[in-house]
Design a protein around this ligand. Structure first.
Ligand code: ADP
Length: 426
């Protein structure tokens, strides 16, 4: 028998004697009324007890009662007990998560949509100098590096930003933001000081070796020129050997110069001025030495604008010369190379277009890497160091510009340098 059937049975059992007594005495209605009032009072008492028990949090054993109310108490008691168990489990998980994030060697900060700090771990206190009392404060008010603020506001969160630690400038941090929910972001800061130190050592090593090679190369070049002058033409083997040695020393010198330029680009602060780009392009296109003999007739220069830009003259010259040199090198000697200086709504662009061998799609992302040269069977050997485009990419980065490469195998390539309109000057 379920609880409702029991309740109806009790009601009937009460109703029966009341009806009999009521029928016999003639007080049927008053007795029914009294019974109803009694039952109502009973229910009010039960509801009051229940409300009192629930108000106190439904803790502990429920009051001793029978019938429907016992069932209600039992179900509420069970729900509360399950909830308590679930809460306990959840807080255990949260505790474990807290402990693991506290033990993380990387700094972690949970931020709200308004960049307010919601939670920090121990490493964040050590390397970012944040305190537990900083919760609720906006993070750009506490980490004030302009690069960081720019990254936070407009950053591409798929990349990280490298900054010194605000509390110890010997620590270098790689900071990255991860979005993980509506308006919620996690800031992770990793100590990359050791990596940076090794990178610096590598750069110093390359710079030192390149620098030290300069003098012996100059001496070698000088002696080779003297030998060539002394050569009477008696031995074709000697003349050929001297020519080859000259070619190789020139190549080495080019390599050393490029390595030194790359080191300069990586380590030195940029010194900008207003650069007359149309004049520079005209000069580069007319120059014979860098572009070799008949090349001059192959170049079509179109200057659609007269805009100057704010930048480093020598770096820009080197980048443009490299692009033009490549276009001439990797295209047939009778084909045209187009150079175009123009603007769009938000950018200034320099396009260098050739009708040469083109570059395979898979190679395009890699050709700006140092020493990367595409292996192509050519009728004529093309000399190069594989450093030219790495230099171009670096120069572009230092000018807030982007190098875009479009190419099709067998048809030609277009290298575009896109400068932001904000760089216009003069
Ligand atoms: P390199 O000294 O070899 O020219 P770069 O860094 O300038 O070095 O170029 C890297 C590679 O990219 C080259 O070896 C070449 O294979 C490819 N490349 C560069 N420019 C062009 C171009 N205009 N057309 C076809 N391939 C090119």
């Amino acid at each position: 028998m379920n609880v409702w059937q029991k309740e109806i049975r009790t009601l009937l059992l009460l109703l029966l004697p009341v009806s009999i007594v009521g029928g016999v005495t003639g007080f049927f209605l008053p007795l029914i009324f009294l019974l109803t009032v009694g039952l109502l009072i009973g229910q009010i008492i039960q509801v009051t007890r229940f409300e009192k028990w629930v108000r106190k949090g439904g803790k502990g054993q429920y009051p001793n009662t029978k019938g429907m109310w016992e069932e209600i108490y039992y179900h509420v008691y069970r729900i509360k007990k399950n909830e308590k168990r679930r809460k306990k489990k959840l807080s255990k998980i949260i505790d474990q998560f807290r402990q693991s994030t506290e033990a993380l060697p990387d700094a972690a900060v949970v931020m709200s949509a308004n960049d307010e700090i919601e939670w920090i771990n121990k490493a964040a206190q050590e390397v970012l100098g944040l305190q537990q009392s900083d919760k609720g404060q906006r993070i750009p008010n506490l980490i004030r590096f302009p690069e960081f603020i720019r990254y936070l506001k407009f950053g591409d969160y798929s990349e990280s930003v490298i900054l010194p630690s605000p509390v110890n400038n010997r620590i270098t941090l790689s900071i990255r933001i991860v979005s993980y929910g509506p308006g919620l972001r996690l800031l992770l800061a990793q100590d990359v000081s050791q990596l940076k130190k090794m990178e610096r050592m590598r750069k110093d090593f390359v710079a030192n070796v390149s620098h030290e090679l300069r003098t012996p190369l100059t001496v070698l070049k000088g002696y080779l020129e003297t030998l060539q002058d002394l050569d009477q033409g008696d031995s074709p083997l000697l003349a050929d050997s001297i020519r080859q040695m000259q070619g190789q020393t020139e190549r080495m010198q080019h390599l050393v110069d490029n390595l030194l330029l790359l080191t300069h680009l990586e380590t030195q602060q940029i010194k900008s001025e207003c650069v007359d780009i149309p004049a520079m392009l005209s000069q580069i296109c007319n120059e014979g030495d860098a572009l070799k003999n008949a090349s001059r007739q192959r170049i079509q220069l179109t200057l659609e604008i007269d805009s100057h830009i704010y930048g480093e003259k020598h770096e820009l010259r080197s980048a443009f010369t490299n692009l033009l040199g490549n276009a001439l090198k990797y295209s047939p000697e009778d084909s045209v190379v187009r150079v175009r200086w123009y603007r769009t709504e938000d950018s200034l662009l320099l396009d260098v277009m050739d009708q040469g061998e083109g570059i395979a799609v898979a190679d395009i992302p890699r050709i700006t890497e140092r020493f990367y040269r595409v292996e192509v069977k050519r009728s004529k050997k093309v000399n190069g160091t594989g450093l030219g485009l790495a230099i171009v990419k670096h120069v572009m980065m230092r000018h807030d510009a982007v190098l875009h490469i479009a190419s099709e195998l067998g048809k030609g390539s277009c290298f575009s340098c896109r400068f932001p309109i904000g760089r216009v000057c003069g």
